[in-house]
Design a protein around this ligand. Structure first.
Ligand code: PEP
Ligand code: MN
Length: 359
């Protein structure tokens, strides 16, 4: 349940509610919103529900008690009506600006990474991507340069001024990846690797959680809930396509996930049209569609010579393709931002399917 405090509630009244929840052996997660404080009561309530509601609703400063209708709690809009905005280095994700994560599928060497990094930085990218530890379907294909790649990523990030995102595949890698990278990526194959989710939840770096290729939106949000409940509030959701009966594309990009997530959660949402389609020429239209649907940004693969790439060359943009994409994407983002903006409502209003004041 959520304890919604009155607008006039004092810090002492909030504290008293927190103490009462703790005295019941439950956890109180507090969201201090712009307008009011909401406290999520997390834990096994069992047969105590009526008694707890009775007691909490009479405590000073409490406005209402709302039952939680969804299994995800800390990631839900009800708990946290304002959009989560993540600041990492000079980049801001989720504030209405356009986030562009770009770079090679795999870091193949220092020169290759530097070349792409300089190019994407000069052409509108806000975050540099590159795989160091690669989850490959075949054990016989390139598995990534590991720690060597992390060093190149850090160097490229420093030189270009871009924060760096890279994938972490197992709990034992979290510390080393967090040492070099600014954002930890959990890949589609690991979305339900709960020990990894808990480990990145304890890390002090933002996490980008890709949607499992066979996961429902609720399962995906529950995976995000693992990270947030472990103590890390900075989670970015990445729709990267799901597996369907369609074979022309590598996956099927679920565009409806974008507005749905904005409705259900306060976390930022990006789309990855590269892994979603597997085809270079489909990257631009689907990136545009994602941003038109309200995505906070995109993740896209770029390679100086895609035909020679050690992984995912067929879906990687060449430099001129990235430049072309950025011109169109910037125009769509400006147009869409203007359409959604309503000065009378908080920024999150467009995200929750209508009038934010109802929530
Ligand atoms: C990637 O972004 O490098 C990647 C492997 O993506 P996914 O987990 O979506 O397949
Ligand atoms: Mn890839």
């Amino acid at each position: 349940m959520f304890v919604v405090m009155a607008v006039s509630a004092t810090p002492q009244e909030v504290e008293a509610v927190e103490s009462f929840i703790a005295s019941e052996g439950l956890q109180a997660h507090v969201n201090r919103g712009a307008e009011r404080v909401v406290i999520a009561v997390v834990g096994e309530v069992d047969g105590r529900r009526e008694r707890l509601i009775g007691r909490l609703s009479t405590m000073p400063g409490v406005d209402t008690i709302t039952p939680i209708s969804r299994p995800f709690k800390l990631t839900s809009r009800e708990f946290h009506p304002e959009d989560t905005v993540i600041r990492v280095g000079g980049a801001i994700i989720g504030d209405g600006s356009l986030t562009v994560m770009a770079g090679p599928c795999s870091v193949e060497g220092r020169d290759q990474l530097m070349e792409v990094a300089r190019f994407v930085a000069a052409n509108g990218a806000t975050i540099l991507r590159g795989g160091a530890f690669k989850p490959r379907t075949s054990p016989y294909t390139f598995q990534g340069l590991g720690v060597e790649a992390l060093r190149y990523l850090q160097e490229a990030g420093r030189e270009t001024g871009l924060p760096v995102i890279t994938e972490v595949m197992e709990p034992g890698q979290v510390d080393i990846v967090a040492l070099y990278a600014d954002i930890l990526q959990v890949g589609t194959r690991n979305m339900q690797n709960y020990s990894l989710l808990q480990a990145v939840g304890r890390a002090e770096k933002p996490v980008m959680l890709k949607r499992g290729y066979g996961a429902t939106i609720e399962e995906w949000l529950m995976a995000a809930e693992y990270i947030v409940s472990a103590g890390n509030p900075d989670v970015i959701m990445c729709e990267r396509g799901i597996r369907t009966f369609e074979t022309y594309t590598r996956n099927t990009l679920d565009i409806s996930a974008v507005p749905l997530l904005h409705h259900l959660t306060h976390l930022p949402v990006v789309v990855d049209p590269s892994h979603a389609t597997g085809k270079r020429w489909l990257v631009k239209p689907l990136a545009l569609a994602g941003v038109a649907a309200g995505a906070d940004g995109i993740m896209v693969e770029v390679h100086p010579h895609p035909d020679e790439a050690l992984s995912d060359g067929e879906q990687s943009l060449a430099p001129d393709g990235f430049r072309d994409l950025m011109a169109a994407l910037t125009a769509v983002h400006q147009y869409v931002g203007g359409l959604y903006r309503d000065p009378a409502l908080p920024a999150s209003a467009l995200r929750i399917g209508g009038d934010a004041r109802k929530h």
